[in-house]
Design a protein around this ligand. Structure first.
Ligand SMILES: [Cu+2]
Ligand SMILES: [Zn+2]
Length: 196
């Protein structure tokens, strides 16, 4: 048996051996990275469709889908919502992050605005890329609508929206700064790739 006073010394020696073996093995774990090549492959494939499935934020009942289809330099956005108050009007925007981890929708960040423009309504060419204006619910609290925009792409060089966030707000977008006074976020969804 080891005398008691040598035990700390013994432990220190073991630790030193481990440390030394770890540091000497470090260079062998540095394998060549293939990341730059993968990025090139992904960027080369132009996509023409994207889909966001919207779920209600905490305390709300609004759900639906938003389908994006790119046709040449224009994107058709088809929205389908239910669970709104009858005849109510709601702002809808593309937000910066496709992050639905927050129950109030705040993890989606601010309006998608890669060009650094002021907030605006769709009739104003000087607006955030994510500014889509307002949606009016029918007498059953539903929305079925299609709009066309020319300031975004699915994953092209101009304001790509894939992987960003889709938000429906509680209030109407009045076009005011900085974000249209649209109120809280009542539904959210990540803009992703549809299966078909
Ligand atoms: Cu918004
Ligand atoms: Zn905006």
């Amino acid at each position: 048996m080891l005398p008691k006073k040598f035990i700390p010394l013994f432990c220190a020696a073991i630790a030193l051996v481990f440390f030394a073996s770890c540091s000497t093995s470090t260079p062998t774990s540095t394998a060549p990275s293939s990341a730059p090549q993968d990025e090139t492959v992904a960027a080369a494939e132009p996509l023409t469709v994207a889909l966001a499935i919207l779920a209600p934020t905490e305390g709300n009942q609004v759900s639906g889908s938003v389908k994006f289809r790119q046709i040449e330099d224009k994107v058709t956005i088809a929205v389908n919502l239910k669970g709104l108050q009858p005849d109510s009007v709601h702002a809808w925007h593309i937000h910066e992050f496709g992050d639905a981890s927050s129950l109030d929708g705040k993890a989606m960040g601010g309006h998608y605005n890669p060009e650094g423009k002021p907030h605006g309504l769709p009739n104003n060419p000087e607006r955030h890329a994510g500014d889509l204006g307002n949606l009016k619910a029918d007498s059953r609290g539903e929305v079925i609508r299609e709009i066309n925009v020319n300031n975004i792409t699915i994953n092209g060089p101009k304001n790509p929206i894939l992987g960003r966030g889709m938000i429906i707000h509680a209030e109407t977008d009045d076009g005011g700064q900085p974000t249209g006074n649209a109120g809280s976020r009542i539904a959210q969804g990540v803009i992703g790739l549809p299966k078909a």
